[in-house]
Design a binder for this molecule. Sequence first.
Ligand code: ADP
Length: 260
Amino acid sequence: FNFTYKPLRNADGQVYAILHAAMDVTKQVQLQQQKDEFLGIASHELKTPVTSIKAYTQVLERMIRNDGDEKKAAMVHKMDLQLNRLTGLIGDLLDVTKIQSGKMTFNPINFDFDLAVIEIVEEMQHISAKHHINMHLNSNAIAYADKERIGQVITNFIANAIKYSSDANSIDVSSYARDNEIVLSVQDYGIGISKELQHLVFDQFYRVSGNLQHTYPGLGLGLYISAEIVKSEGGRIWVESEEGKGSTFYFSLKINPIEL
Ligand code: ADP
């Protein structure tokens, strides 16, 4: 049961009665569990055929390219890119169910932080020919964390920076080390987020509303998953932004204190 109490006051502000309500939440909890379970099964079931379609698409593209038909190969390549988006969305849904059931696993390793960022930036640079991703990497540190998961956070920051700055053409990715912490930031010069809404962007399914929702597709899960990953790794995540000017997303990780 969920209990709520509300004092009722007269014109002088004196309490003359207390309103007491009890609500049975068993049903709500059950529904939530069923929803989580369904999300888990649905995303898992979607993953298998999509993975298979992707494999065939890649083989098909190569076969067509070998035959010398560039036009058809380019079309199949577009299908492959859309499949990447679909795989990403399904992956996000799977991650949410893992977070909610406490089953997200982390395999920490020691890795060169700046080098890992370079690898991701080089990959992300292919996504947008318009934006140039500048790197200012000065952490010179070894991180001890799940490299794949941290990579996922950096990828998400950069993908958002590209998505929400279609009128700009540069993005700055920076890293530094301070007080036993590595800090990574991704700055864009796009639409920005108003001060009142900044604290909400890390919430599950939250998307800054308005007509922008149709312009920029998404499920509102990327930053929620990123925040869960960073917090699980013992770090912090935050944003600084000005509407119309752009945003800078940050996360920190503890530097491995162990001498290697
Ligand atoms: P999605 O991009 O799929 O909506 P996210 O969880 O990645 O989901 O982001 C949540 C919301 O935060 C977005 O819908 C958008 O409103 C806002 N947001 C995230 N990154 C940026 C950015 N770089 N610039 C402006 N708004 C952003």
